[in-house]
Design a protein around this ligand. Structure first.
Ligand code: NAD
Length: 290
């Protein structure tokens, strides 16, 4: 397939590289990131999109996606597919899908889980919103870039799944960190707590697969000085997207709201920016009860 790839940063770079390695003809555009091996550079987003069967975007946020989509959609041929893999607000995803449909294009919102290591290894999970026909067109590409693609429903359903998942992740990471902080104060050995909780009803991905306590459980960013991994400011971004969506949909999400405010404080006032999102643990350990 001929693929236009726009946004070749930490995630998009390795994803485009995997597509090129699999033998697809990939043309890329980014404002600053270098082109991965085998990806032909284009002079603009529109140039990268012209002549492509599928255009993949992997951009920082919804406002940038809207700008790029406005440039790219007129350059695409009728019947081709625009596939956005960024994490953005549901509204932006639906608006871009509407514009694509108006221009006679297929479109998908297909955010990912799995982070930078998953992008490099080609083991991402895609959660996908959009028409079945567009999903079927892009499926072979999802199979190269990832290990699983779930078709979640119509436009916006992929973003909805992503922000619901990450709202759970943010809340369980905080709960796991505060349980370790409490265990410390109660004189309970961290390893013993892990041994119990990881096989009891308090277990979660945050505890079992990404333990925030250094030296305990599988290797995680905690064992690497809390270097991300998944940066706290990206978790904050996703929690804010969940709260924005909850407001629009009139959904009650008190835990998500509290998680968003704790990550906002951690990132914006307590030096959490640039640290892994599990660095909540040393922050909470050093904190006194309000
Ligand atoms: P990044 O900042 O490394 O990459 C984004 C790229 O987009 C940058 O290289 C930037 O130069 C480029 N860009 C910005 N505006 C552009 C424009 N107008 N035209 C062309 N290129 C432009 O970010 P990332 O970590 O690769 O994340 C990308 C998306 O994936 C985000 O939406 C993020 O929330 C999501 N995501 C990231 C992770 C992760 O672990 N990093 C995990 C899951 C999802």
């Amino acid at each position: 397939m001929k693929i236009g790839f726009i946004g070749l940063g930490n995630m998009g770079g390795p994803m485009a590289l995997n597509l090129a390695r699999a033998g697809h003809e990939v043309t890329g555009f980014d404002l600053s990131a270098p082109m991965p091996d085998g990806v032909q550079p284009a002079a603009s987003a529109a140039d990268a999109a012209a002549g492509a069967d599928v255009v993949v975007t992997m951009l920082p946020d919804g406002a940038i996606l809207r700008r790029v989509a406005a440039e790219v959609i007129p350059a695409m041929q009728h019947g081709t597919v625009l596939c956005d893999c960024s994490t953005v607000d549901v509204e932006s995803a639906r608006e871009v899908a509407g514009q694509a449909a108006h221009a006679g294009l297929g479109s998908l919102d297909a955010p990912v889980s799995g982070g930078i290591t998953g992008a490099a290894a080609g083991t991402l999970t895609f959660m996908v919103g959009g028409a079945t026909e567009a999903f079927d067109t892009v499926k072979p590409l999802f199979e190269i870039m990832g290990q699983k693609a779930v078709h979640c429903g119509g436009s916006g359903a992929g973003q909805a799944a992503k922000i619901c998942n990450n709202m759970i992740l943010g809340a369980t990471m905080i709960a796991t960190c505060e349980a370790f902080a409490l265990a410390d104060k109660l004189g309970l050995d961290r390893q013993k707590m892990f041994d119990v909780v990881s096989t009891s009803s308090g277990y979660s991905w945050s505890m079992n697969a990404y333990c925030p306590a250094p030296g305990i459980g599988p290797t995680s960013p905690a064992d690497n000085g809390y270097k991300p991994g998944f940066a706290a400011e990206l978790m904050l971004k996703d929690l804010r997207l969940s709260q924005q969506a909850a407001e629009v949909a009139d959904a009650s999400t008190p835990m998500g709201q509290l998680a968003a405010s704790l990550y906002a404080r951690f990132v914006e006032q307590e030096g959490g920016r640039g640290r892994d999102f599990s660095a909540m643990l040393p922050w909470l350990v050093g904190m006194h009860r309000p």
